[in-house]
Design a protein around this ligand. Structure first.
Ligand SMILES: Cc1cc2nc3c(=O)[nH]c(=O)nc-3n(C[C@H](O)[C@H](O)[C@H](O)COP(=O)(O)OP(=O)(O)OC[C@H]3O[C@@H](n4cnc5c(N)ncnc54)[C@H](O)[C@@H]3O)c2cc1C
Length: 319
């Protein structure tokens, strides 16, 4: 018999000192199973308690990582700190976001714990340790049940809508502090080169994406302008990336990022099965295309038939 999870540790991601919005849906998911919820914090533990308690966190855990960025942000050091929390607090479940940070961290945690792992879950049932994922370019939805004492799940950002569930949170710090020894050294960490104005693709609530219909890289400035106005992220089809119009980090699809935004606006993208594999779980799809027979149009909630070079400037003007 597969036991339910009773104590779930949730790896919380922060940005500019605040808890990222995408954590709250993950907490809501963990809260479905009546487990005790522990927020595992590498930074900002003291200030995050109130917002986390609103969604059902009962214990905020300061992982005791040092201030120095090259040590604190080393994914190996962070993974060991999460493992120390799991062992000290007797946790039997670990949740984290399948974000860029999570993809670097969560598999390390599972490996150190020698625990089974499912990444990129669209849903999790904590009562029977089952994660739901999309497989084979979205042709199959698989429910994967984990066995063993500890189960680890990576949750696709925005897959679950956050629902408030007020709790009282207490704060604890790891007794021994973090073990900072590692075979991996983070040599430097330069935040000045990051463009803070750009929203992360995996975590964006709105995505404006372009494909071959954009015709060249310069025209992508239309999408960046539009995204800037809507606090959205810019996505791209593989054609746009292979042509060198935008970097690979923008690619959505089977071999790119898997996203679940509230709104996905596909401009000049035909809707290949490989593109859909990365965005079919968007809550609303809007297609902008000249071809009424395009699969993206057929599978959209709303579509605008026409030339994107006329439609996008009009959208930007209206916003
Ligand atoms: C193993 C494998 C993995 C792959 N992984 C991915 C992946 O991760 N992501 C991905 O996207 N693709 C992936 N592909 C490629 C995929 O098969 C398609 O080739 C690609 O998605 C097509 O990109 P597109 O829609 O931009 O181009 P097209 O299919 O050429 O479509 C262009 C669209 O733009 C429209 N259009 C043209 N001009 C305008 C205009 N002025 N205004 C409005 N609309 C216009 C056209 O009507 C058309 O619908 C993969 C393929 C393989 C084999």
């Amino acid at each position: 018999m597969n036991q339910r999870m009773n104590k779930i540790g949730i790896i919380i991601e922060t940005e500019n000192g605040s808890v990222k919005e995408t954590n709250f849906g993950m907490i809501t998911l963990a809260n479905r199973g009546n487990a005790q919820l522990y927020a595992l914090m590498g930074e900002n533990a003291a200030s995050a308690g109130a917002s986390l308690a609103e969604y059902g966190i009962t214990t905020v855990v300061d992982l005791g990582l040092p201030e120095e960025a090259t040590v604190r942000l080393n994914p190996d050091v962070r993974a060991k700190a999460v493992v120390a929390a799991v062992n000290e607090l007797g946790l039997d479940g670990v949740f984290g976001l399948s974000s860029a940070e999570g993809k670097d961290l969560i598999p390390r945690v599972a490996a150190y714990l020698d625990a089974p792992l499912v990444m990129d879950c669209l849903d999790v049932d904590p009562e029977n340790k089952t994660g739901r994922t999309s497989q084979y370019s979205g042709k199959v939805v698989a429910d994967i049940q984990l066995t063993g004492d500890i189960a680890v799940f990576g949750i696709r950002p925005n897959a679950v809508k956050a629902e408030a569930a007020q709790a009282e949170a207490t704060m604890v710090s790891l007794a021994a502090g973090a073990d900072t020894s590692s075979a991996l050294s983070l040599v430097s960490w330069d935040e000045s080169s990051a463009d803070d104005s750009q929203v992360s693709l995996a975590e964006a609530d709105i995505i404006v994406a372009g494909g071959r219909g954009m015709k060249n890289g310069d025209n992508f400035s239309l999408l960046f302008d539009c995204a800037d106005k809507m606090k959205a992220a810019v996505g791209a089809s593989r054609v746009a990336v292979d042509e060198g119009w935008v970097p690979y980090a923008h690619q959505v699809g089977q071999t790119g990022e898997k996203v679940s935004p509230s709104v996905y606006i596909a401009c000049g993208i035909s809707g290949s099965i490989q593109h859909f594999a990365g965005m079919k779980t968007a809550k609303m799809i809007i297609a902008v295309n000249t071809d009424e027979n395009a699969a993206m149009v057929a599978n959209s909630d709303y579509y605008v038939l026409g030339d994107l070079f006329e439609i996008l400037p009009e959208i930007i003007k209206q916003i």
